[in-house]
Write a protein that binds this ligand. Structure first.
Ligand code: URA
Length: 245
């Protein structure tokens, strides 16, 4: 495997950044400094060190996926393609599963992890990790007092009450919605309760992580160690990341 690819996969850092490390002489293979990003590493036998420390596969992997429409947020499904089907072999791992769900037609940021602890931390209903969505609506359907109703906590058609949320109107019959829960079809049902009909839904952000603008639809990349830490901190400290809704 190419040296830059191996180090990128094992460190969660982009290949471009890793190339800089390699140029700077920070990587050795079997004790020799290698400055060629394309150097072919024999992964099973060569000893690769970064600044003198072994580059090892992280025990857990967390991915950011730019989910396209048409696949389900599940690990297996008898009828539909799943988000796991989108991943190249190099990013597939046993136990890799989505954190929460996006509807089949929803696009945008979906996190996947092998780390059961992180999964539990973020998806647990008592945690208040903010999720930011961009919704496109049928024209002129939303009630004038929707912002206030979101802020107060919407009551859905089945009687369940949502936590306070935030709605901001945008040009072109679009709204930005920030919620701290993950009820089934939550954003569509909240907007529906205010007369809105969602024609497209896209998740832009989960906690501190925004969908990487360089990540094309259908592709995934590992989170860096710093990104995983920021996510963990957001979920562990609800106060810091739930200041507005
Ligand atoms: N709310 C929805 O209605 N759908 C999603 O996919 C996510 C949040």
């Amino acid at each position: 495997m190419r040296l830059d690819r191996l180090v990128s996969q094992h460190s969660g850092v982009s290949r471009r950044e890793v190339a800089g490390w390699i140029r700077a002489g920070r990587l050795t293979v079997d004790g020799v400094v290698v400055r060629d990003s394309g150097y072919a590493v024999a992964t099973s036998v060569d000893v690769v060190l970064l600044d003198g420390a072994p580059v090892r596969a992280p025990t857990e992997l967390t991915l950011m996926l730019h989910k396209p429409p048409g696949c389900v947020s599940a690990t297996e499904d008898a009828q539909h393609a799943t988000v796991l089907d989108l991943l190249p072999a190099s990013l597939r791992r046993p136990r890799l599963a989505p954190i929460g769900r996006l509807d089949k037609d929803t696009t945008g940021l979906l996190l996947l992890t092998t780390d059961g602890g992180l999964q539990h931390l973020i998806a647990h209903p008592r945690r208040k990790v903010e999720k930011v969505y961009l919704a496109t609506l049928r024209p002129d359907t939303l009630a004038p007092d929707t912002e206030a109703r979101f802020a107060a906590g919407i009551t859905l058609a089945d009687g369940s009450v949502c936590r306070p949320a935030r709605l901001q109107r945008l040009p072109g019959d679009r709204v930005e919605v920030t919620v701290v829960e993950g009820k089934y079809h939550q954003v569509k049902r909240m907007l529906g309760a205010c007369g809105g009909h969602v024609t497209a839904l896209h998740r832009q952000q989960v906690g501190p992580l925004r969908l990487d603008p360089d990540l094309p639809e259908g592709q995934a990349r590992p989170l860096s160690a710093a990104e995983v830490e920021a996510l963990r901190a957001a979920a562990s400290d609800p106060i810091r990341h739930s200041h507005r809704p």
